[in-house]
Design a binder for this molecule. Structure first.
Ligand code: XMP
Length: 523
């Protein structure tokens, strides 16, 4: 078992970020709702605790409280924002309402030498209503800002600390260093959470779960299903069969890529099915987006079931559930608040088939899934793929889905992707290679084909063709998004190429709406 940190979630929107930052320090961390049963949390055998922020006020009736085992363990504790207040409240200090809510950037100054904070001053991100009036006995102020006399506090002998600001967000550029000091120096956790250890842990778990039995996987070309399948292949090799359904709704080159990626490892156990004719036939005349999803979802399940039967109906099924999905589903109140549009589980698998699920990515964040994928030798185009909806291009082909229109859409989309790749904008990466810097690149970029025809002129010919809309966004979480400020010259070049090279499209527009009020996909 790797060394780990337990993070108790008091409901902050940033809690997952804390876990990610700790793991960036190569220490495994796991999130638990604050009222998780003691045994569950202690089973992790953590080296220390981090208490997240949260929206409540400690004196509110029913406010979350610090569970007793945290202090009883004698392990190091770091409380962030509400976590600091809960710690203060539990240890007999005083929390009070600040005269004004403090939200946004601030500068904190370290007051004395301590193992958590570097000397000097640093920019941080504040977001709190309450603040510490009197620290608990044994605690001393470690940092102050102009608004918060106790922006950080600590009981150095007992290794307990509190931060009023959020070290986990990018707006606190030195935040990862603070977390690193807590995790590696104060908790003395070993930094052994690496792609290699993630792989050995995941494969050991798969082996323990499936034993000698057969395992089935559905690959879709997406990152998660690909990495989950590659892990299962590594773990139980010949026991694994994978089904890949070509719905005819995939992007250019995708079918060949998936075949190539898995043919070598899976050989004859990779079952590619070309079902594109069937899907197109079922979609003929369908223009309503919900109806498209229904048709595709149903046909996908039927096709998959047929394949599974052909392979002898294995007992186990690999699923690419990743850690954020697990965390979201354990915090119902948050999940509800965040659900902006329900995506039918299209491209999802049959609920009523008697499979036992194997979820090798259950404890991994997306960036860890990618690192594992790279380490397992999957091609970069697959590992770095942007999100793609289950119902595929049907979502982006507004109006009727025909073979011809899909070809136009695929060709235009390939041009957009190529040009963004060439400009270094197809992946999200920190500017200047600095881990804490601003992000550049696009989180998702694609073309939407509109059933809107307009008049154009090419050479001396009048054209009357459809419109391509370019959609390119930046986002941290896909729940909110902004349109990417792509350079005009790049847009001009892409537009030129699409109109010149793609028959059937004579006009290109750029979508400049954010989400909300819009969504990322057009549909
Ligand atoms: P929206 O359009 O709701 O999309 O802003 C948010 C993110 O979800 C992706 N998306 C889907 N993913 N099945 C999926 O697996 C779907 O049916 C689906 N529809 C949208 C979308 O691409 C974006 O990243």
């Amino acid at each position: 078992m790797p060394d780990s940190i337990a993070i108790l979630d008091f409901g902050s929107q940033y809690t997952q970020l804390i876990a990610r930052r700790v793991r960036e320090c190569q220490v495994y961390s796991e999130l638990f709702p604050w009222d998780t049963p003691t045994e569950t949390v202690l089973a992790l055998q953590p080296k220390g605790f981090i208490l997240s922020g949260g929206p409540a006020s400690v004196y509110e009736p029913g406010a979350p409280t610090l569970p007793g085992y945290v202090l009883e363990s004698g392990l190091p504790v770091l409380g962030i924002c509400y976590g600091m207040q809960a710690l203060t409240h539990a240890l007999g200090g005083r929390v009070g309402a600040a005269a004004e809510r403090e939200y946004g950037p601030a500068v904190v100054e370290t007051l004395r030498e301590n193992p958590l904070l570097p000397a000097g001053s640093q920019p941080v991100w504040m977001s709190h209503g309450d603040r510490i009036e009197t620290p608990p006995p044994g605690f001393i102020p470690l940092a102050a800002s102009s608004n918060s006399p106790i922006a950080a506090m600590g009981n150095l002998a007992e290794r307990r600390f509190g931060l009023q600001f959020h070290p986990e967000v990018r707006h606190t550029p030195g935040g990862t260093e603070i977390l690193r000091r807590f995790v590696l120096e104060i908790c003395a956790a070993r930094p052994d959470w690496t792609p290699a250890s993630m792989i050995s842990q995941a494969t050991a778990r798969i082996r323990a779960q499936v034993g000698e039995e057969a395992l089935l996987s559905a690959v879709s070309g997406g990152v998660d299903s690909s990495v989950a399948t590659a892990l299962a292949a590594q773990a139980v090799g010949g026991q694994l069969s994978a089904v890949f359904v070509d719905t005819g709704l995939l992007r250019q080159g995708e079918v060949a890529q998936v075949e190539q990626a898995f043919r070598r490892t899976l050989g004859p156990n990779l079952h590619g099915v070309d079902a594109s004719e069937k899907f197109l036939r079922a979609l003929a005349g369908v223009t309503d987006p919900e109806e498209k999803r229904r048709v595709i979802g149903e046909l996908f399940i039927r096709t998959f079931e047929e394949q599974a039967r052909g392979i002898g109906q294995p007992r186990f099924l690999v699923q690419g559930t990743i850690y954020p999905d697990v965390v979201e589903s354990s915090a119902p109140e948050r999940r509800q608040a965040r659900r902006i549009k329900t995506h039918h589980n299209v491209g999802g698998l049959p609920q009523d088939m008697a499979f036992e699920l194997v979820e090798p990515l259950r404890y991994l964040f997306k960036d860890e899934v990618r690192a594992v994928g790279e380490r397992l030798g999957l091609p970069p185009e697959l590992v770095w793929r942007q999100p793609f909806p289950g119902p595929g291009l049907a979502v982006r082909c507004l109006g009727e889905v025909t073979r011809e229109r899909l070809e136009h859409l695929r060709a235009a989309d390939a041009i957009f992707t190529q040009e963004l790749e060439r400009a270094g904008l197809l992946r999200v990466r920190p500017a200047g290679g600095d881990q804490t810097g601003e992000l550049v690149g696009t989180a998702q970029s694609f073309v939407v084909l509109l059933p809107v025809r307009s008049v154009g002129v090419m050479g001396d010919q009048r054209t009357y063709q459809e419109t391509a809309a370019l959609r390119s966004i930046t986002t941290e979480d896909f729940m909110t998004a902004d349109w990417a400020r792509l350079p005009y010259d790049l847009l001009a070049h892409i537009s030129n190429r699409i109109v010149n090279e793609v028959d059937g499209i004579n006009r290109v527009v750029y979508d400049i709406t954010s989400k909300p009020p819009s969504t990322i996909e057009w549909e």
